[in-house]
Design a protein around this ligand. Sequence first.
Ligand SMILES: *[C@@H]1O[C@H](CO)[C@@H](O)[C@H](O)[C@H]1NC(C)=O
Ligand SMILES: *[C@@H]1O[C@H](CO)[C@@H](O)[C@H](O)[C@H]1NC(C)=O
Ligand SMILES: *[C@@H]1O[C@H](CO)[C@@H](O)[C@H](O)[C@H]1NC(C)=O
Ligand SMILES: *[C@@H]1O[C@H](CO)[C@@H](O)[C@H](O)[C@H]1NC(C)=O
Ligand SMILES: *[C@@H]1O[C@H](CO)[C@@H](O)[C@H](O)[C@H]1NC(C)=O
Ligand SMILES: *[C@@H]1O[C@H](CO)[C@@H](O)[C@H](O)[C@H]1NC(C)=O
Ligand SMILES: *[C@@H]1O[C@H](CO)[C@@H](O)[C@H](O)[C@H]1NC(C)=O
Ligand SMILES: *[C@@H]1O[C@H](CO)[C@@H](O)[C@H](O)[C@H]1NC(C)=O
Length: 494
Amino acid sequence: MTYLYFVVFGLLLLSSEALSKQDEVLDDNVASKGPVNQPPTLNRHLSRLKIDATAGVAFRYSLSPNVFTDPEDGSNLTFTLYDAENVPVSEQSWFQYDPIFRIFYGLPLREHVSRWSYILEAKDSGGLVAQVPLDIRVQMLRRARLYNHQFIMKVKLLRQFRNAIDWQIRALEGIMTLFGDMNLEHLTVLNVTQNADVYEFSWANYTLPKYSCPLEDINKLMKIMESETQPGSPSSNLIKAMSPHLQVLEIGWQGIGFCSKEELMKIHAPSEFPPRLCNSIGHLTATVGHLFVYNVSEETFTDAEDGSTRNLHLSFRFSDSSQIPSSHWLQFDAQKQEFYGVPSSNDISNANYLLIAEDSSKKVAYDNFSVEVKIAPKIICPTVEFQMTMNPSLNLLYNASNKRKVVEKLMRLFGQSDTDSIRIKNITDNPSTITLYNMSLGSKIQVETEELHKIFTVDEEDNGMNPNEHVNRVVKKDIKIASFRLIPQDSCTD
Ligand SMILES: *[C@@H]1O[C@H](CO)[C@@H](O)[C@H](O)[C@H]1NC(C)=O
Ligand SMILES: *[C@@H]1O[C@H](CO)[C@@H](O)[C@H](O)[C@H]1NC(C)=O
Ligand SMILES: *[C@@H]1O[C@H](CO)[C@@H](O)[C@H](O)[C@H]1NC(C)=O
Ligand SMILES: *[C@@H]1O[C@H](CO)[C@@H](O)[C@H](O)[C@H]1NC(C)=O
Ligand SMILES: *[C@@H]1O[C@H](CO)[C@@H](O)[C@H](O)[C@H]1NC(C)=O
Ligand SMILES: *[C@@H]1O[C@H](CO)[C@@H](O)[C@H](O)[C@H]1NC(C)=O
Ligand SMILES: *[C@@H]1O[C@H](CO)[C@@H](O)[C@H](O)[C@H]1NC(C)=O
Ligand SMILES: *[C@@H]1O[C@H](CO)[C@@H](O)[C@H](O)[C@H]1NC(C)=O
């Protein structure tokens, strides 16, 4: 078992209270008849143990010494793992217990995705036992259906392994060592088969791009594993990484999904495929008076030829296909692939839109999504309103991009990165005036006013609130600030 040095290490958790000592029970009668062995007991705060596992990913958990205690042997007990029918777990099982190191370890595959019930039994030196049920949930890996490759290695076992999964874990360790990548979750075991004394072990590297065929990455990894002179044979480094336990006979890879022969042929075929919607944006929520920014996920669309959403041209329309006017509160930055806008109370609604993805061959796919504009929660006790007038006018009412710019500059000015902290109360044009509340303010108007003076003005006696250097530096490029005003609110006093 010494080769199990790796990995994801979890403790079956017991809270500190749960670790409180078992009450010692001493019965005078029993004691007078000489020492009688007491059975081990299960920690009374525990009724079952639970483990979550992922298909294809090896795991290991250690058993806390406080799960069972025994009056005579303490935690020095002998453990056995039984399946739900009370039969000791076989050496062929994907789930094992190592009684010496007291660890559970496993390597479930795709066909093991399910809920499993086991029983862990603790036996003391006098042969008395206690048991605890142990449940394992094996889940499919997220995005498992997006695997586009499998590496396949044929091996012979050069020594006896106690359990079937022991050599598989040894193979994983060899691969990790070879790549100097000690994160076991980067590897997913896809299939293990046996033909006489030759075993076939196939796996995927989870970190490779999933929405296209990353041929270059795959070839780079193959180059490390495959002999330069003899295609299909292992490189000397791969041989070294597996020895002395496994003898590598063959190494290769196979394309699936985006790398399957059919998909690869499509790429070179004259007929082009349209993009596909993978993950709909669904339903979004914006709040009146607050800057809304939504970054379209790169996993929204995929395209056989062009790859991820980032390589597609996106635009958006109302769901009846009509154009979005430039005065609409919600706008789309096609370059950054993000939606933005500051809705006002006139924009309260729940509207459907279409996001249109166009690939390099001008074929399109649509995502029908909705954006709800909600009324903002009332500010219970506003302290001060801040009003800024800009000259020349920025057409803020009808230019969402300028509106966003002003709000972002204000956020920067106040050293805030959070769109929740600034609420736009009102915007007018000619001249452009923006009135806002600071949502993170305390209730001391005095302090607040002084602070804002400090941020905005050259000196505190300057009641005219002329913008100082700092302000001008932050905003100067596109915005000319004509004046500021602080309007204390007294709604709390009445
Ligand atoms: C644990 O128990 C085993 C068998 O019951 C015994 O041989 C061993 O000495 C014990 N170890 C300790 C540290 O008590
Ligand atoms: C997985 O792929 C990444 C990217 O190519 C590489 O850096 C890493 O070493 C690989 N890890 C394993 C264990 O194959
Ligand atoms: C595992 O490999 C065998 C033999 O190559 C094949 O028949 C089987 O379909 C594979 N299973 C999976 C889940 O890929
Ligand atoms: C949105 O994603 C793009 C590309 O990953 C990035 O350049 C941009 O900064 C992101 N925007 C936000 C607001 O996170
Ligand atoms: C978009 O979805 C909404 C609500 O489900 C529906 O009313 C509308 O007809 C859909 N539009 C398109 C173009 O599919
Ligand atoms: C918004 O204002 C900017 C800068 O003044 C300008 O470049 C842009 O065209 C305007 N957009 C609209 C929709 O008027
Ligand atoms: C915004 O300001 C304008 C001009 O001062 C005013 O007519 C309007 O009522 C204000 N709107 C709100 C919601 O306060
Ligand atoms: C809001 O108040 C916080 C706390 O007083 C302050 O740090 C921040 O600069 C203020 N921001 C605005 C926009 O007034």
